[in-house]
Design a protein around this ligand. Sequence first.
Ligand SMILES: [Zn+2]
Length: 263
Amino acid sequence: MFHYNHSIWKSDALEIPGVAHGFSTREGGVSTLSHTASMNTGFFRGDDSETVVENIRLLCRHAGLSETVVCTPQIHSDIIRYVTRENVGEGTQRDVPFSCDGFVTDQPGVTLLVRVADCAPVLLAGVTEAGAPLVGAVHAGWRGTAAGIAAKAVAMLREMGAAEVHAAVGACIHSCCYQVGEELRDTVAELRGREFAARHVTRRDGALYADIAGMNRELLLEAGVGAVDVCGECTRCNPALYHSHRATGGVRGTMGAVIGILR
Ligand SMILES: [Zn+2]
């Protein structure tokens, strides 16, 4: 179950000891431009850097996390990086350190941030046999989703010692609104099989619609995740609460999803 509180969504699935997280909406920030107000975590969207940095700080505070963040430009890949305290601060200014679409860590005090505006944010929390927490964050648009980025994060957490992993898929564009082309369906079929594509890319009134939340849920369950919580909210359906790339033609702010291990 997802709960909305003080501008962020939280999922029961990720409520494990020593871990905090949050999925932002467009509420709770300090941006004042009509298209970025008020929570925009993306540079190059019209806000000055100080405003974006302050928004990221506020998002961490709302989520109960330390403000020592790692984030990067995202490229719709399936690249995930293991990060440590040495990486803190990377991507939190208007610099371009490296690109990837997900992070995992086992170190306390490292807040992982991924950014979305219709793409699916996937947050993961695992626990080792000894009870130590591990966390991951993934940006999953259709390309990353079809490439299996969420399952890849699960595999990395297992390699790091996770005995069990829980996951939550935050608000994203749902199949009510996500009209897509044949190319998307064909690529999903190529990467994940025709049956998978048929389950998640369906025809309605002569057009194709994709369900990226459903794809991620299936791939996470297949990867052995015990609990997958999916937020039912569609970002395109509610532009007052969410930044939506589709709803705005790309003139929009960017939301953030954060997770970390408490110090
Ligand atoms: Zn919708």
